[in-house]
Design a protein around this ligand. Structure first.
Ligand SMILES: [Zn+2]
Ligand SMILES: [Zn+2]
Length: 637
């Protein structure tokens, strides 16, 4: 008989504990592992998750009864999701309760009442049969592996392959999960995947009622097509036969809070357990996906017709004369070139990596840069709104020309963002029609030059072949970001830009000898990824090893430092004692050191297996009053 339930409760601390509760007689028959329950906790009533049952408890006499079973018709979570909650807790060092909260969508998690168990069904629908073209495509696709890494050389061709795979999986009565990086892409995916049956949408941006309905439908029906964003990977479908992760390298696929899982790891886990097919699709595969191909765990497929390689022109900025203390946005070479092209009525895109006008301000007297008052991050100046904005915390301030450190009456505005490039173009070519990219901009609008930041790359198909030339104003800002994925990200963007242009991509750089340019000129993605993987092997960086970042933070700097030192000591000792082949590095100030009023220290740990040290790390991250946050293989912000 079920007497006592072990309950994981999401309390404010990342407590790695479960709590015992007595099961009242009225709940006994329908309480199961995975059920949500309401329990008294101190003076509060909280929602927890049943993780196990037991006959006795060391706290037998003091046990309180749980108040209510919130899922009397059976748990919302199936066995797969319960095991994924455990997987998250184990792999990403979070509490079990946080694991449960992650696999259950917010609208379901929060509801205190019972959840309807009947689905309000849509109009009856039937699956369209596969066309001849699709059958032929599937025959070609038939590799021995269950994981495909799809490289789309023409931009949108992969969706045809997706559709054929989706239809053939649904025809077998199995379920399909299609994941896209952001909510805006869901409409596009639905448009591309017209199978004859209605798709269920699951996303944290969707209306709660829709998510609830989709969730119940996925749980009860067979042959379900789920389309959604990151959290939809935790759909309760019964027989997943196919998982598609589109634009798999997109940073939105990594959760930024604890547990900071990547959808790729979850998808691999499900595919393995359920023997489902898994597709990672992208314009350029991520290094993680490419490593699967290199280890022969996945097949690489190319979709679409390769185009003739665009012309890539490198403008060497080292050859440019720049007066001391000045930044040059448009070189003389480029200026003459642009004048000539404008004469020929050519349409151009200027791609500028950074927003705003000036990217940093500094005082010539005390040599300090102007920083955000909450972060140690230099603020940028936005001329359009005449304000200073912190790139780390987005705090806005009125722009003033007085140095906050020494009160000198003059600060220098330095570095350049898109607004400054715009004003420079207007100065150089006064009669030219210049516009800034906006999401509603017409590709064929009336302008000569369009300026854009990376927003234009979110939907590159809209602008494909709209520009005769594309100018990359400063490639070095992208290559030089302090992030081990900087080169990989930059290459992906350069390649996308080169495929949007009708004719030529012109690149201004101070490092014309960098290896990316060669691979870009030949459009050799595989070659680039191989080279990049070698670099990561050399430097021992993901995906070759796992990189854990432990962050401590506190309003008082010594508190953050001593917590970091303590964690470092414990881990170092444990690694030594167990002779584990992992590396740990001394705590360093994080970048930015101060963020939203907190001082932060970080230490890195690189490993393949942590062995016994896993327990020590778990205690550090999930212990009482921990204050240590663990992130893994961090994605770019
Ligand atoms: Zn000063
Ligand atoms: Zn800030």
């Amino acid at each position: 008989m079920k007497r006592i339930a072990e309950i994981a409760i999401p309390v404010s601390l990342a407590l790695d504990e479960t709590f015992d509760y007595r099961i009242p007689a009225r709940c006994r028959s329908n309480l199961a592992v995975g059920c949500r329950v309401r329990v008294p906790f101190g003076r509060r009533q909280l929602i927890g998750y049943v993780t196990a049952f037991k006959r006795t408890s060391p706290y037998e006499k003091k046990l309180k009864p749980l108040a209510e079973c919130l899922d009397p018709h059976g748990p919302l979570l199936n066995d797969r999701l319960i095991s994924l909650a455990h997987f998250l807790s184990r792999e990403y060092f979070c509490s079990l309760a946080q694991g449960f909260e992650t696999v259950l969508p917010r609208p379901l998690r929060m509801s205190m009442g019972h959840i309807a168990t009947t689905v309000s069904d849509d109009t009856p629908s039937s699956l369209n049969p596969l066309t001849q073209e699709e059958t032929a495509l599937l025959d070609r696709l038939d590799p021995p592996k269950n994981i495909y890494v799809v490289e789309d050389v023409s931009g949108n061709a992969r969706w045809k392959a997706y559709l054929a795979l989706v239809k053939s999986t649904l025809a077998q009565g199995k379920d399909v999960l299609v994941l896209v990086p952001d909510y805006a892409m869901i409409a596009h995916a639905r448009e591309q995947l017209k199978t004859g049956i209605a798709a269920c949408v699951i996303s944290s941006h969707e209306k709660p009622a829709v998510v609830r309905n989709s969730w119940t439908k996925a749980q009860q029906k067979t042959g379900v097509l789920v389309i959604g964003t990151r959290s939809a990977i935790f759909s309760p479908v019964r027989r997943p036969g196919l998982i598609i992760v589109d634009q798999e390298g997109h940073f939105a696929y990594r959760q930024q809070q604890v547990p900071n899982y990547h959808i790729r790891d979850i998808a691999l886990k499900i595919a393995q357990a359920e023997e489902a097919k898994l597709v990672f699709g992208a314009v350029v595969p991520s290094l993680e996906a490419f490593a699967l191909v290199e280890r022969q765990e996945a097949s690489l497929l190319s979709c679409g017709e390769p185009q003739t390689a665009p012309r890539i022109t490198i403008v060497d900025m080292q050859q440019e004369f720049v007066p001391k203390g000045h930044t040059k946005m448009v070189s003389k070479v480029l200026e003459f070139r642009v004048a000539e092209l404008l004469e020929k009525k050519e349409k151009m895109l200027f791609f500028v990596p950074q927003k705003g006008f000036s990217t940093f301000l500094y005082c010539p007297r005390c040599k300090k840069s102007v920083e955000c008052e909450r972060c140690s991050s230099p603020v940028a100046y936005y001329r359009s709104v005449k304000r200073l904005i912190c790139p780390a915390c987005h705090l806005e301030k009125e722009a003033r020309d007085i140095c906050p450190t020494c009160s000198a009456a003059y600060v220098r505005y330095s570095g350049f963002g898109i607004e400054k490039v715009e004003s420079e173009l207007r100065r150089l070519f006064p009669s030219v029609r210049v516009v800034q990219f906006s999401k509603t901009a017409e590709p064929a609008g009336s302008y000569d030059i369009m300026l854009a930041t990376q927003e234009i790359l979110e939907d590159p198909d809209v602008f494909r072949h709209s520009f005769d030339r594309i100018v990359l104003v400063s490639a070095d800002l992208m290559l030089g970001r302090p992030d081990f994925r900087a080169t990989e990200d930059a290459f992906r963007r350069f390649l996308t830009l080169s495929r949007i242009t009708k004719g030529e991509l012109i690149i201004q750089t101070k490092i014309p000898e960098h290896y990316v340019w060669g691979f870009l000129k030949t459009q050799d993605t595989a070659g680039f990824l191989k080279k990049e993987l070698e670099e990561r092997r050399e430097l021992k960086l993901p995906p070759v090893v796992r990189l854990g970042i432990l962050t401590t933070r506190a309003a008082a700097e010594p508190v953050a430092l001593s917590a970091a030192k303590r964690a470092f000591r414990i881990l170092k000792t444990s690694l030594k004692r167990h002779a584990t082949a992992a590396e740990i590095f001394e705590p360093q100030p994080a970048r930015p050191f101060k963020l939203r009023g907190n001082f932060r220290y970080q230490m890195l740990i690189k490993y393949k297996e942590l062995g016994e040290t896993e327990k020590a790390l778990r205690r550090i991250v999930c212990g009482r009053r921990s204050g240590v946050i663990a992130t893994f293989d961090p994605a770019r912000e």
